[in-house]
Design a protein around this ligand. Structure first.
Ligand code: G3P
Length: 226
């Protein structure tokens, strides 16, 4: 397996689409693994929590959680415990996705707990200012995603290039070891190339691949211009 943080990196967030749930999640993860092997690009998947164990058993690409709660072991019914995600096979996690926002202090707590397990932390942000705050907490990645472009099919790398470039510049000033990803509306090889040209080291995406007629073909196109 490649180092989990090898860049360029593509992280496919399975969200809660039926097309990426259960057996469909497995099929999609296998397609990601095939494209990763054929192209040498680091492709990670972030399935729903209940699919983490199955996928981690079945594929050799990194499997991330979509969210971890800032709780320690004990009485927290319904929460996602970091140790449980880790034992299920998650090697990293998204944190503070726009669809699962968290308090700053809780983001800090989860980043610290991921690093204690050598798990990769990807903090999602919605603009340059929140990216600066996230970078100050020292995650592995900050993934900037303007919420209005999520699921829109309009790529952030082309619609709001200044947000990506501005985030890269600002994060560099805070901590040069924090890498920037971008996401929202990304689906094609041109979108991915534009993202890399703006200084990000990869993309976080979902619908452009998950809802494509042929996700494997869409993935191949996505990484074709790297
Ligand atoms: O986590 C990725 C995401 O929020 C972007 O979604 O569907 O615009 O690629 P999408």
């Amino acid at each position: 397996m490649k180092p989990i943080t090898q860049t360029p990196i593509v992280i496919l967030n399975f969200k809660t689409y039926l097309e990426s749930t259960g057996q469909n999640a497995l099929k999609l993860a296998k397609a990601c693994e095939k494209v990763a092997k054929e192209t040498g690009v680091n492709i990670a998947v972030a399935p729903q929590h209940m699919d983490i164990y199955m996928l981690a058993q079945e594929v050799e690409i990194p499997v991330f959680a979509q969210h971890i709660d800032p709780v320690v072991a004990g009485g927290h019914t319904g929460s996602v415990l970091l140790e449980c995600a880790y034992e299920a096979g998650a090697v990293g996690t998204l944190i503070n996705h726009s669809e699962q926002r968290m308090k700053l202090a809780d983001i800090d707590e989860v980043i610290k707990r991921t690093s204690s397990k050598d798990m990769v932390s990807v903090v999602c942000t919605n603009n340059i200012e929140t990216s600066i705050a996230a970078a100050a907490l020292g995650p592995n990645f900050v993934a900037v995603e303007p919420p209005e472009l999520i699921g829109s099919g309009i790529p952030v790398s082309q619609a709001e290039p200044e947000v990506v470039e501005g985030t890269v510049d600002a994060v560099q000033k805070i901590d040069t070891s924090v890498n920037v990803l971008c996401g929202a509306g990304i689906s094609t090889g041109d979108d991915m190339k534009a993202a890399l040209d703006l200084g990000s080291v990869g993309v976080l995406l979902a619908s452009g691949i998950i809802l494509a007629k042929d996700p494997e073909k869409a993935l191949l196109d996505l990484v074709s211009k790297i």
